[in-house]
Design a protein around this ligand. Structure first.
Ligand SMILES: NC(=O)c1ccc[n+]([C@@H]2O[C@H](COP(=O)([O-])OP(=O)(O)OC[C@H]3O[C@@H](n4cnc5c(N)ncnc54)[C@H](O)[C@@H]3O)[C@@H](O)[C@H]2O)c1
Length: 331
């Protein structure tokens, strides 16, 4: 039986595929390659270039393959774009989930692990954020993902489809051998942008705002290594296979680092004196976003292997050194 990875040609999905294969699992990947890279998909996985909103094509994959569970990464995830084009997000993310759940129901596939996000919480009321804290998204991206969580809850009540939502905070790093890594177009994540400055692809890194209510005035976030994140998904799949009830877990490191501390850590990890400048604040950036991941550790038994950002950045740097322009398949 196979695990179906939706969005398996993307950054996190491609690492998930490798970790599943390393665990001896058969893997099927569906990705429409709007953002992902064919070269990121491990050759041992079966690949279908399919849009999850294409019900006929998605059903054919379920007809052909013996799918026991789904891991769902296929979504758009750029916050400012979602504010400018909300319907694009409700169409791809939320409506995509309708089609997926219909197809799962029709094929009697009853387990799904879902990429959710800290953006479902909106402005946090507690730090660190717990799973039971209020979810009040402040942008269409977070709203689209919260709606997807709610749809799965109703699909559980009606059709017994069990789900685990993993709410990620900031994901960083790459496969330690540098074979696959982060290559988003456009790139909006902090670590790859800092490393663009380290590798000379941009002149400097702009740090947005130095007057936040944090010890050094810069935004504070927590970072999880992408392989540790993938391992949490495998634990979530095992949790569902053990017949446990649907659940939601935060995945974070519980230790926050400011943007300035991240630049400092990247200077040490790369040995390059990365230039950084302070720019104006961006709208809607909370001071601090840090996850309480106690539940993932206690219930799933998750033990992240990377506990310092310098080591996380070193793996991302290895990917950049090996692939300075990212994947070769730029459209
Ligand atoms: N990267 C982060 O720090 C982070 C943080 C929180 C949540 N997430 C969530 O994790 C998931 C994966 O993130 P990522 O950084 O790997 O993104 P990504 O863009 O690299 O990967 C998403 C993949 O899904 C594919 N895809 C998108 N829409 C599709 C569709 N309709 N049909 C088929 N394939 C489709 C894309 O081609 C891409 O390969 C996203 O759902 C995102 O919301 C990511």
């Amino acid at each position: 039986m196979s695990v179906l990875v939706l969005g398996g040609a993307g950054y996190i999905g491609s690492h998930m595929v490798r970790q599943l294969l390393a665990n001896g699992q058969d893997v099927v990947v569906v990705d429409n390659l709007v953002k992902g890279h064919r070269a990121a998909v491990a050759p041992e996985a079966k690949f279908y270039e399919v849009d999850i909103r294409d019900k006929k094509a998605l059903s054919e994959v379920f007809d052909k393959e013996d799918i026991e569970a789904v891991v769902h990464f296929a979504a758009f995830s750029i916050v400012p774009e979602s504010v400018a084009e909300p319907l694009k997000y409700f169409d791809n993310n939320t409506a995509g989930m309708v089609t997926l759940l219909e197809v799962m129901k029709e094929h009697d596939v009853k387990k799904i692990v879902f990429s959710s996000t800290a953006a479902t919480y909106g402005n946090p009321v507690n730090i660190p954020i717990k799973e039971t804290d209020p979810q009040n998204p402040i942008n269409p991206y977070g709203e689209s993902k919260l709606m997807m969580e709610k749809m799965m809850a109703w699909a559980d009540s009606a059709y017994d489809i069990k789900w685990v939502a993993l709410r990620y905070f900031n994901v960083a790093g790459a496969m330690p051998d540098g074979s696959i890594g982060e290559d988003h177009g456009p790139e909006t994540h902090l670590v790859p942008i800092i490393l663009q400055a380290a590798s000379g692809q941009r002149d400097y890194i702009e740090m947005f705002g130095d007057d936040y209510n944090t010890p050094d005035g810069f935004n504070v976030r927590d970072y999880v290594h992408v392989v540790d994140l993938a391992d949490a998904h495998i634990l979530a799949l095992n949790y569902l296979k053990a017949g446990k009830p649907s659940a939601q877990f935060n995945l974070g490191s519980a230790t926050g680092f400011s943007v300035k501390e991240m630049v400092e850590a990247a200077r040490k990890a790369t040995g390059v004196n990365i230039e950084a400048k302070v720019g104006p604040r961006r709208a809607g950036d909370p001071d601090i976003l840090v996850a309480d991941s106690t539940a993932a550790r206690e219930v799933l038994g998750w033990k992240p292997k990377y506990d310092n950002v310098e080591d996380i950045i070193k793996t991302a740097w290895k990917w950049v050194e090996k692939h300075p322009k990212g994947y070769d398949d730029k459209k």
